[in-house]
Design a protein around this ligand. Structure first.
Ligand code: FE2
Ligand code: FE2
Length: 141
């Protein structure tokens, strides 16, 4: 159980790629904690680290989308919210009575990460990489 970093996740956008690589490492840290039974506290800390980094990364993508008036912003932000909600409820469970992370949570994180990057983030990176910088610099009437 691990997220494998490969070319299909690489979007030719330096900042996004760097963040995604860090996200993959934090997901793997969470999986390691589960696989090796590091215990509830360690798993909770790993999930919190992933949540905080994801939040910062999503804020950055949101600023890029707003600055460049990305047409599919609402759907994209809704997908970000889905992961944040899943991680928040995982942490809530671990802080409460849950002994460990559920298999369907792992499956959700796994699928979310690869599908969101290959589809939504790939479209956003393509849009950002193909902006017409000349017209962007021109003041609007
Ligand atoms: Fe992203
Ligand atoms: Fe995204």
């Amino acid at each position: 159980m691990s997220v494998e970093w490969n070319d299909s996740l690489f979007l030719s956008h330096e900042i996004m790629d760097e963040d995604h690589r860090k996200m993959a490492a934090l997901i793997n840290k969470l999986y390691l904690s589960v696989n090796e039974s590091f215990g509830k506290e360690a798993t909770c800390r790993a999930a919190q680290g992933l949540l905080e980094f994801s939040r910062a990364h999503f804020d950055h993508e949101k600023r890029l989308m707003e600055r460049h008036r990305y047409p599919d912003t609402m759907r994209h932000l809704w997908q970000h919210r889905e992961l944040l909600d899943e991680l928040s409820s995982l942490i809530y469970g671990l802080e409460g009575s849950s002994a460990n992370i559920k298999a369907d949570t792992i499956e959700f994180i796994d699928k979310w990460f690869t599908i969101h990057l290959r589809d939504s983030d790939a479209k956003l990176a393509y849009f950002l990489n193909n902006l017409d910088h000349d017209s962007e610099a021109r003041p609007t009437a």
